[in-house]
Design a protein around this ligand. Structure first.
Ligand SMILES: [Zn+2]
Length: 406
């Protein structure tokens, strides 16, 4: 830790693993699957209590309304939990945003609900790495930064946003993310890094779509020519969309719902698909292609199609300001003796939405771990205090130098 000043050493000295681990275990014991309203309310309450140790006011923000197309092709309101927001020193000249999510991919009835130790350092449990450990790291890093007894005292302003719907695409928190990201010099998001300290760089965008197809039913034997087959049209559209795939653009027709008994020409089908464009140019091209394909297939099959959805995670490109932020974090990690490497990834997260606001974002500031979104999810416990130190040091240096490398 030779690159640290005396003041920085004092800043980091009080960070301990035990309280961070205790928060991680406490929060991982609460099921907070994105659809579990009770669990999310309980999590929000615990988080509000814990984060109220920081200066500023914790509030819970109501989710924006979200609709999803149901099995009958009708848009239905989807309930969401509230999102936690904490604002500290909003008047500060330099402000950052720290984000995380309280939801997990494990539903209330999922068999994976409890933690156990695989070895002295490996904690196996739901949401440990993704990202209750990350939330605990964020809190400990902020607390250390606030305690910093330097000559200047902490001056950086920040907002903390912990949303309740990240795992399903942050549809009910997207307006809040945009609102809070505005005017910030940098963003830190507490998704997990890989066990070797590998951090995510660029990410593609992602959009989920549903096309509702209305045809006309008819008897399969008596008058099939009078029918307009909605399943056939949905299949035709799926093939055309799949043909749009190329380097930098993946398209996954995932499911066709609807249909009718074998003796009937089906008058309803719903095609669900996901699209991941690497750049905003590809996203715009693909969006235009989808519209054109919907129009062509509607005409060819004489059916009505309604297109729902959009690219809700814009592609995350790397700007010079992003490079500068990565430089600050790399240098801090090196000064702390923490291994760190960088890699583009195919996954998406709130970092996509923040980057789209023009704010440089590092979105794998959380704990080290792996096998996320699976019953094998694990967290490396020694990364908890290491990453809290990294957070405190990065905040301290952003406070003094902004995002320009020191
Ligand atoms: Zn996550």
């Amino acid at each position: 830790m030779s690159g640290l000043t005396g003041e920085e050493r004092d800043l980091l000295a009080p960070v301990e693993r035990e309280p961070i681990l205790a928060h991680t275990l406490e929060w991982a014991a609460i099921n907070s699957g994105t659809a579990n309203m009770q669990g999310l309310a309980a999590m929000a309450e615990r988080l509000a209590a814990a984060f109220s140790a920081l200066p500023g006011e914790v509030r819970l923000s109501d989710p924006a309304p979200v609709e999803k197309v149901d099995g009958q092709g009708r848009p239905r309101a989807v309930p969401h939990g509230r999102h936690l927001v904490l604002s500290v020193r909003p008047e500060a000249a330099r402000r950052v945003i720290l984000t995380g999510h309280m939801d997990t991919v494990y539903a209330a009835d999922h068999p994976f609900q409890t933690c156990d130790w695989l070895d002295a350092n490996t904690l196996h449990g739901p949401g440990t790495a993704d990202m209750k450990g990350g939330l605990a790291v964020m809190l400990a890093g902020l607390a250390a930064y606030e305690r910093a007894n330097s000559k200047l005292g902490p001056a950086l302003g920040y907002d903390v946003l912990i949303n309740s719907d990240e795992e399903t695409g942050s549809l009910s928190s997207a307006p809040l993310i945009t609102d809070l990201a505005r005017g910030k010099i940098a963003a830190l998001t507490y998704e997990p890094a890989l066990p070797g300290g590998q951090m995510a760089r660029a990410r593609p965008g992602s959009g989920n779509y549903a096309v509702v197809v209305h045809g006309r039913s008819a008897h399969a034997g008596r008058n099939p020519e009078e029918g307009r087959n909605a399943v056939l049209a949905a299949g035709d559209l799926a093939l055309r969309l799949a043909a749009m795939r190329r380097p930098g653009l993946s398209v996954n027709p995932a499911r066709i719902e609807g249909g009718a008994p074998n003796n009937t020409v089906p008058d309803l089908a719903i095609l669900h698909f996901n699209m991941r464009p690497a750049t905003s140019e590809l996203a715009a091209e693909a969006q235009a292609f989808i519209k054109a394909a919907v129009a062509e297939v509607s005409a060819a099959h004489e059916v009505h199609m309604h297109l729902h959805g959009q690219v809700s995670r814009p592609p995350k490109a790397i700007s010079p300001a992003t490079e500068a932020l990565y430089g600050v974090v790399s240098k801090a990690a090196a000064d702390l003796g923490q291994p760190m490497s960088w890699k583009d990834t195919g996954g998406v997260c709130d970092g996509n939405n923040i980057a789209a606001c023009g704010v440089p974002v590092l979105d794998t500031m959380g704990a080290l771990g792996g096998a996320i979104h699976s019953p094998d999810e694990f967290l490396l416990a020694d990364s908890l205090d290491a990453r809290a130190r990294l957070t405190a040091l990065v905040l301290y240096r952003l406070d003094r130098h902004g995002v320009l490398p020191a």
